[in-house]
Design a protein around this ligand. Structure first.
Ligand code: NAD
Length: 469
């Protein structure tokens, strides 16, 4: 049983101003796995004041001092990597191999990338006859979701630190453990008091106190569209910069020249990873109409091959994060059936033999792009296969979405894959499984306005100053 009752504020582990706790539920067992404290606006005031004091020195720290700190954090991170992964598994249900694998690898990758970018980043450049300086924006509120907890905290904290900002992290209430360990790592690395602060609690309380705080300069938020909109409104009165990384409904286009079965199987299994709880999941699979039968068989076979069970065991998929998320996904599966989508694998309810824990059946429909299951983010292991007539039709279907976060293209002809990628109205397109820590990540349209990862993540936390004459 975990017990994390203290916050990290001004270089100290401190009790909340007003003691209040909440239980954390293990989604694999539905049992209580631990207790955290819930903060109040008074805790936020303390942390913001500490961050403001610390900014005076940290905002002026040399690149060498910032690199030394990031490298000290890296040494601690590597020592506790396994522990971080175990915490991810316990808090949000990812299989242990994924929690201790890709989840923690992403955090480690963002840290290493921040170090690499910081070594080269030109904080002063020339524009015409003027000097352009990139200066840290100041005190930042970092608000993160539960679905890839290490990725989302690390992709904010390390560029913010590298840029010379000070910060208050508000982790997700559903998945608070890995962030608590990460805070210990950052504290143990000798981070100067007040530079990094962490308060657990409810979004409507801590998140709101940060968004409305007059002495917070920017908010970096990753989460749902609904909350993103609310934060932008809350932050408007104090004219804060708000970076939003929101949801998606990304299309995965399999080109006609591609080996259909292998690519469809890969796309299906990939989408089911992390129980489909990935903002950039390729949840609309676009295949040539002439090869629909082949694609449907491959998608059904791949879906039926996804093993579901105890995240501590050897299964491809664990539960989804909570009862609430389970119910949302069940509603969408029912909506898919009601609107006449053809169910080719999975369906409502839990997988056979799993009566406890928030386990969902990996599910594939064949449908149209007009259906609710193709338009709204389900955030679960539910894939919709949509046939297209020709490549222009595929591009039109992919772009016919309120979201614009990601996209995928599978095909043999690299030039054609890139031509299609250029036509897609999304922030990132992955071709044939490409991956790059230095590539920007963020959304068009309702998927948000921020750009994280690599050098692009630094700009979120930097002001631009012109020195003319
Ligand atoms: P959420 O919006 O419910 O919560 C995200 C965070 O915001 C949590 O820490 C929560 O406590 C906090 N919060 C809630 N209400 C708030 C308020 N009024 N003011 C300030 N903060 C508040 O999202 P979630 O359910 O944790 O995450 C799932 C969503 O995140 C999905 O829509 C997913 O697509 C999105 N997401 C986007 C990206 C991306 O990079 N674009 C990455 C991962 C997840």
């Amino acid at each position: 049983m975990r017990e994390y009752l203290k916050f990290y504020i001004d270089g100290q582990w401190v009790a909340p101003v007003t003691p209040r706790t909440a239980e954390v539920i293990n989604p694999a067992t539905e049992a209580v796995s631990g207790t955290i404290s819930l903060g109040s606006p008074a805790d936020v005031d303390k942390a913001v004041a500490a961050a403001r004091r610390a900014f005076a020195a940290w905002g002026e720290a040399s690149v060498k001092e910032r690199l030394d700190l990031l490298e000290a954090i890296q040494a601690q991170y590597l020592k506790r990597e396994r522990e971080l992964g175990e915490a991810v598994t316990e808090e949000m249900g990812a299989p242990l191999s994924l929690g201790t694998g890709f989840h923690t690898l992403l955090g480690k990758g963002h840290l290493q990338t921040a170090i690499e970018v910081l070594r080269e980043f030109p904080f002063e450049r020339k524009a015409g006859t003027s000097i352009v300086r990139y200066e840290p924006i100041g005190v930042c509120g970092l608000i993160t979701p539960w679905n890839w907890p290490m990725n989302q905290t690390c992709v904010k904290i390390f560029p913010a630190l590298a840029s010379g900002c000070t910060m208050i992290l508000k982790p997700p209430q559903l998945a608070p453990y890995s962030a608590q360990i990460l805070a210990e790592i950052i504290a143990d690395a000798g981070t100067p008091a007040g530079v990094f602060n962490m308060i657990q609690g409810q979004g409507s309380v801590i998140g709101n106190a940060l968004s409305t705080h007059p002495d917070v300069d920017m908010i970096s938020f990753t989460g749902s569209e609904q909350v993103g909109v609310q934060i932008q409104k809350d932050a408007a009165d104090t004219v804060k910069r708000v970076g939003l990384e929101l949801g998606g409904k990304s299309a995965w286009i399999v080109l006609d020249d591609a080996a259909m079965a292998g690519n469809v199987a890969g796309a299906t299994a990939g989408m089911m990873g992390n129980s489909g709880q990935t903002c950039s999941a390729g949840s609309r699979l676009l295949v040539p109409r002439a090869r629909l039968d082949e694609a449907v068989k491959a998608a059904a076979d791949a879906c039926n091959a996804v093993t579901v069970g105890d995240p501590q065991g050897d299964f491809a998929m664990g539960p989804v994060v909570s009862k609430g998320q389970f119910n949302i996904i069940q509603d969408y599966i029912r909506k898919g059936l009601d609107e006449g989508a053809q169910l080719i694998a999975g369906g409502p309810g839990r997988p056979e033999g799993l009566d406890k824990g928030w386990y969902v059946r990996p599910t594939v429909f064949v449908g149209t792009n007009a259906m609710v299951i193709s338009r709204e983010e389900i955030f679960g292991p539910v894939l919709v296969v949509i046939p297209y007539d020709d490549i222009d039709d595929a591009i039109a279907i992919a772009n016919d979405s309120d979201f614009g976060l990601g996209g995928y293209v599978s095909g043999v002809d690299a030039d054609e894959c890139r031509r299609v990628a250029r036509k897609l109205r999304t922030g990132a397109i992955w071709i044939n499984g490409g991956f790059d820590f230095h590539a920007p990540f963020g959304g068009y349209k309702r998927s948000g306005n921020g750009r994280e990862w690599g050098e692009y993540g630094f700009h979120e936390y930097l002001e631009i100053k012109a020195i003319i004459g």
